[in-house]
Design a protein. Structure first.
Length: 548
């Protein structure tokens, strides 16, 4: 018997059995993997078309779905296929054959394990080993080792596989557009699923001026209904509001239009007409420029004797002295390319900084006036009109002057030194003073007094009547008052005190008048003292009654 040749035959049969087993696992694993692939494609179509596409969820949702697919297919590939593929091992193959043929009683396993003298059993003879191996050859000769694999087990799987593949092929043909769109979308490319109604030429993203009413239009093809809806949301976190859209009344015109309410803030919108829906578009609303800071510089007229000032103000309604030059420096939150300042019927172009955030202009305040702005926004050229503001002129007021001494009319002699005291004030500055007098009601004469300055002065003058007014004589009546003027350059404002009367008498008459005046003052003092004592007595009586 050619034992060595039979040995090679057993090894070859074991390898054929191993290869048959691998073919079994390949067929089973690939079939199950393909079924899972079909199931995942169907799930992707349902989720992507029915949820992600129709709800217009973010594109990243598709990549999450793709990641789930990869994870599931990877697990199925390992669990249903790759983990069953083992490297060739004659002992394991022999065990598989003996499990199918128990009558072999481990002789095939011994055959694969014993190939000559064993180092751990030196007493075992080589002849005995050869006899055992020869017996194994004889016993296994009629056995087909490939029987360890039964392909009949795959019958139901292959039937299901065939039915599923036929149905999937039919779905692919019937919904080829959907399957193509799914493939494109799952590979990261933009695509839309086929719909009976197709929304085309939408207004899309828009930039509008605040306060306008955006008009949305879209052309529709395919199965065109009579009405649709536009969903509008203010900002990013607001709720969607559905508004109806109607088809154009013109025959053959498949355009849908809707005028939105006045735009006060950024909007988002999408259209839903028939079974089609657009992506979400934005309407960016450009608000009017808002003044965030105002700096005003005042250059006062020279007659005020005041240095110019610059200050930050919170409002544009101003009050300034007449003749003041006003320079505005405005900072705005939205870039502008032009600004026109309207004053009455005239307009002045303001100077704009390169970045469009600063505007400067200068006006002369000679009268009360109102002014406003016409802004031209930089990015889109939108025009905005501001409310009117005002500049009110603080007119220069005449000075105030009051004669203090003499306090009343009286008498005087020609040699008397007449003391005149007056209090004068002005809102901006005093300049001139005069003594204005007349004798016996005839023509007034003016006597210039020393120049004055400041906003408040006490004027004190001593006049010897005979020296300063030579025309005076005993028996004459002198009428006089003080007149002062301010620094206003256009027309000096003049004010005067009340008129005082002096009768010119001789010494004896003056002394008699003086005594009468002195007695009168004493009597008044006495009456005042008596009244004070009476009041004090009454107060003491009230206190005593209160204490009781």
């Amino acid at each position: 018997m050619n034992v060595e040749g039979q040995m090679e035959s057993i090894e070859a049969k074991l390898r054929r059995a191993w290869r048959q087993e691998r073919r079994f696992y390949h067929v089973r694993g690939i079939s199950r993997l393909v079924l899972w692939l079909v199931a995942m494609v169907m799930m992707d179509l349902v989720v992507d078309w029915g949820i992600i596409f129709k709800a217009r969820l973010p594109d990243d949702s598709r990549f999450l779905l793709l990641a789930i697919n990869v994870a599931v297919i990877g697990w199925v590939t390992w669990h249903e296929w790759l983990r069953h593929l083992k490297k060739y091992n004659p002992v394991i193959a022999a065990l598989e054959v003996e499990r199918q043929h128990p009558e072999l009683a481990s002789i095939l396993v011994s055959y694969t394990q014993l190939h000559g003298p064993q180092p751990n059993q030196p007493d075992v003879s080589d002849e005995l080993l050869q006899a055992m191996r020869g017996q194994a050859v004889v016993v296994t000769r009629p056995i087909d080792f490939r029987e360890i694999v039964e392909f009949r087990q795959l019958k139901n799987l292959l039937i299901i596989f065939t039915v599923v593949m036929i149905a999937f092929a039919g779905l692919g043909i019937g919904k080829s557009g959907h399957m193509k769109s799914l493939y494109l979308r799952m590979t990261g490319r933009p695509a839309k699923y086929p719909t009976n109604t197709r929304i085309e030429e939408v207004s899309g993203n828009m930039v509008v001026q605040q306060g306008t009413t955006p008009a949305i239009a879209a052309k529709v093809a395919g199965l065109v209904p009579e009405s649709g809806s536009i969903y509008v949301r203010v900002g990013k976190g607001g709720a969607w509001q559905a508004l109806p859209m109607t088809r154009s009344a013109t025959a053959g015109d498949n355009t849908f239009r809707r005028q939105l309410p006045e735009a006060g803030a950024d909007l988002s919108y999408f259209l839903k007409i028939g079974d089609d829906r657009t992506d979400i578009f934005t309407i960016k609303v450009i608000p009017p420029p808002e003044i965030v800071s105002t700096k005003v510089a005042y250059k006062y007229p020279s007659y005020l004797n005041r240095a110019g000032v610059s200050e930050n103000v919170s409002e544009l309604n101003l009050e300034v002295p007449e003749g003041t030059e006003i320079s505005w420096n405005l900072k705005v939150n939205t870039a502008v390319k032009a600004m026109s300042v309207s004053v009455g019927e005239t307009a002045l172009a303001a100077a704009i900084s390169p970045d469009g955030r600063m505007a400067d202009f200068t006006l002369m305040a000679t009268n009360n006036f109102r002014y406003g702005f016409r802004w031209t926004e930089k990015s889109k050229g939108f025009h905005y009109q501001s409310v009117k503001n005002s500049v009110r002129i603080i007119s220069d007021s005449p000075p105030d002057v009051e004669i203090v001494v003499p306090a009343d009319h009286g008498m005087a002699t020609l040699n008397r030194r007449l003391r005149i005291v007056a209090e004068a004030s002005d809102d901006h500055g005093l300049a001139k003073a005069w003594l204005v007098y007349s004798i016996d009601g005839h023509n007034e004469e003016r006597m210039a007094l020393p120049d004055i300055n400041g906003t408040k002065r006490r004027l004190e003058y001593d006049l010897v009547l005979k020296e300063k007014i030579p025309a005076l004589a005993e028996g004459s009546k002198l009428e006089f008052h003080i007149e002062v003027g301010d620094t206003y350059p256009v027309a000096v404002h003049l004010s005067q005190t009340a008129t005082r009367h002096l009768t010119i008498v001789n010494e004896e008459e003056y002394l008699a008048w003086f005594r009468r005046e002195l007695d009168t003052q004493r009597d008044e003092i006495q009456r005042a003292r008596e009244a004070e004592e009476t009041s004090s007595a009454k107060v003491r009586d009230l206190k005593r009654q209160e204490s009781k």
